[in-house]
Design a protein around this ligand. Structure first.
Ligand code: F6P
Length: 327
């Protein structure tokens, strides 16, 4: 028979993402509604290892739904990836009688949760909190919508000045392993080229296109590149273009961490609230070691063991759309 959960811990881990606070709020308030005790674990897995664990009340999460960042702080904890670190973490949870865990984070955080849940008897529920949207098995990740809209707003502004000067801009967006921010922000700003880690970048082809556009006097070009593209980031791409097409006026803009901050969009607040609520429901129902996502507007539950193996793919059709629309 499943053991009834009575005290749950919640943490945010890895790169922060707008909406994490809304999610923490949902976990805390749902747990309290069901009469459970809730503990906030500070700085991701570090707080578990170092015993930075605080009791949370309804008021602890007041006035945070609209705030970016995470009130629980976050980190990437190397110690947790060693067995000794996880054991220490387990002992600390036991000390507080925590018998259920909600982990809000990206793929690295899920890997940690998967290792932990296979070794120790505390049920874990993973929720996708990452601006990168690189987690398979969910249509949404908390923070992606806000981040991509931040990028879109910036790129629209860059287009104004690019247009005024007839310039080519190479704009770098976040995405160490994933091109979703580049793809979505690029399509929605009419970028002429989008370079992402999931697709082969043939710079010679881009140079040929640019040279042809030069002949047609189309001098305004925006190239959106994901930071993890195999060719390199915006600086490398711009350097290559300048070498091959010395007449082009090329400028670089790296959007960087502004994409991670800011007030979460309505979508991010809503999905964060739904996911947080369902994470607690899962623990109450005895579900354990699953990742909770949303697919076709319904909650989906994937074992953490499977979730860490799956890769989010980008369909060829997306790249075709980019090519056709940017001609
Ligand atoms: O949160 C994911 C991410 O935004 C990646 O796209 C990026 O490479 C990384 O975080 C950078 O994070 P940090 O500067 O915190 O190491």
């Amino acid at each position: 028979m499943e053991k009834k959960v009575t005290k749950i811990g919640v943490l945010t881990s890895g790169g922060d993402s707008p909406g994490m606070n809304a999610c923490v709020r949902a976990v805390v308030r749902t747990a309290l509604y069901h009469g459970l005790e809730v503990y906030g674990i500070m700085r991701g897995y570090s707080g578990m290892v170092e015993d930075e664990i605080i009791k949370m009340e309804s008021r602890s999460v007041a006035n945070i739904i609209q705030r970016g960042g995470t009130i629980l702080k976050t980190s990437r904890c190397k110690e947790f990836f060693e067995y000794e670190g996880r054991k220490k973490a387990y002992e600390n949870l036991k000390k507080h009688d925590i018998d259920g865990l909600v982990i809000i984070g990206g793929d690295g955080s899920f890997k940690g949760a998967q290792l932990f849940s296979n070794e120790f008897d505390i049920p874990c529920i993973g929720l996708a909190g990452t601006i990168d949207k690189d987690i398979a098995g969910t249509d949404f990740t908390i923070g992606f919508d806000t981040a991509v809209n931040t990028a879109v707003e910036a790129i629209d502004k860059i287009r104004d000045t690019a247009d005024a000067h007839d310039r080519l801009f190479v704009i770098e967006v976040m995405g160490r392993d994933a091109g979703y921010i580049a793809l979505h922000s690029g399509i929605s700003t009419g970028a002429e080229n989008i370079l992402i880690p999931e697709c082969k970048t043939v710079m010679e082809e881009i140079i040929t296109q640019l040279a042809e556009k030069e002949r047609r006097k189309k001098l305004v070009n925006l190239i959106v590149v994901a930071e993890g593209d195999e060719f390199g980031g915006a600086n490398e791409v711009a350097k290559f273009i300048k070498e091959k097409l010395p007449h082009q006026e090329v400028r670089v803009c790296i959007l960087g961490h502004i994409q991670r901050g800011g007030s979460p969009s309505c979508i991010d607040r809503v999905i964060a609230s739904r996911m947080g609520y369902h994470a607690v429901e899962c623990l109450m129902e005895g579900k354990h070691n699953v990742f909770v996502g949303i697919v076709n507007n319904k909650m989906s539950y994937i074992p953490l063991d499977e979730a860490v193996k799956k890769k989010q793919r980008i369909s060829e059709e997306w790249m075709k759309i980019v090519k056709i629309l940017a001609s």
